[in-house]
Write a protein that binds this ligand. Sequence first.
Ligand code: ATP
Length: 404
Amino acid sequence: MKKIVVSNLTKIFGKHPKKALSYVEEGLSKDEIFNKTGQTVGLYNVSFDVYEGEIFVLMGLSGSGKSTLLRCLNRLIEPTSGLITIGDEDVTKASSERLRLIREKQISMVFQNFALLPHRTIIDNVAYGLEIQDFSKEERHEKASVAIETVGLKGHEFSKPSQLSGGMQQRVGLARALATDPEILLMDEAFSALDPLIRSEMQDELLELEEKMQKTIVFVSHDLDEALKLGDRIALMKDGEIAQIGTAEEILSNPANDYVSRFVAGVDKTKILTAENVMKRPDPVVSLKSGLQVALKLMEKHGISSIYVVDKAKRLQGFLKVDDAVRAQKAGKTIEDVIIKEFPKTTMDTPLQDLISIRAETDQPIAIVNENDKLVGVVVRGSILAALKTTEEDDEEQVEEVTQ
Ligand SMILES: Nc1ncnc2c1ncn2[C@@H]1O[C@H](COP(=O)(O)OP(=O)(O)OP(=O)(O)O)[C@@H](O)[C@H]1O
């Protein structure tokens, strides 16, 4: 279900957006527009949806418009034009009183610099959002304690922020955002100020928390690895526009243009892509009860030297080699007598790097099965090589393999 819908959002910084807008429409660059008008194009014609319960990452270089876009969602920055719908509500039309309520109850923000109040204890920092909502002290502390426990800071309730490490302070920031139980979390470079190890730990914890909480999260990051790790989907921004939206796999395996290709060029695809991204259809297969004759016919028709064998429920039973099948048929045997049951088999979420290791140890294609052991795909060497190539030109040279 769509939680946030952004349509044709534009933000021009400056007092005379109209002139700048007409220049953007003419195709002038951001710099040219600034030189001519003194106005800065923050965002131009941005549209995307965020689904309930997903982590949607806004990624891009410095100045590409990530923070502007994030802040437009709760109108900390006023859009110049366009529509933002949250749930059923058009946020661009919300009154200032309604906006206050939305920010208090529906959308929380986590900032890079933690933004904690230095003289307050951790529990009172976390309870801050509840305090403005006039909860009693008892209720505030009760809810804040739960949030503190959620982020793993139990025992630190009465410390002051300066007594905590950077990583712990950002946990407080997260707990404060969670304490009001918002539907949406906006996280602006929330982990960027942390040391790499702590940062990676926080990313893992956010993923774990998200699994339990199922909040809708919009996460700004300029770090590609972070975006790939956290994002269910990623919007890659360039000069105030969206260059591509997609899952990490989609962006890596099918970059929309040269800019995206260059942006993701250094990524180790073997850790991101999985069997699901590289497998091909297991076509054809033969069922156990069809018998050797049908199996041989299918192999001949498709020009293949082996075939997977499935049972009535399409569960994978093994595979059959053409030579074995011919010999068995002559000897009056059945598929069961010659079916090979030892073969590489794995699931759709197996990373490419593991597929490569499996493939290195065997000549057989790798069978990909679902949770019911049904054959859903097959990975041949050509599919792995093709996935590792980056440019379209390379793709044309795809190595074909006909073992299957
Ligand atoms: N208040 C402002 N007034 C004028 N220009 C602004 C303002 N805020 C942002 N901009 C400009 O809008 C563009 C987008 O900035 P934004 O901060 O959204 O980028 P960003 O991708 O978040 O960058 P960073 O990672 O450095 O924070 C930039 O050119 C920036 O200079």
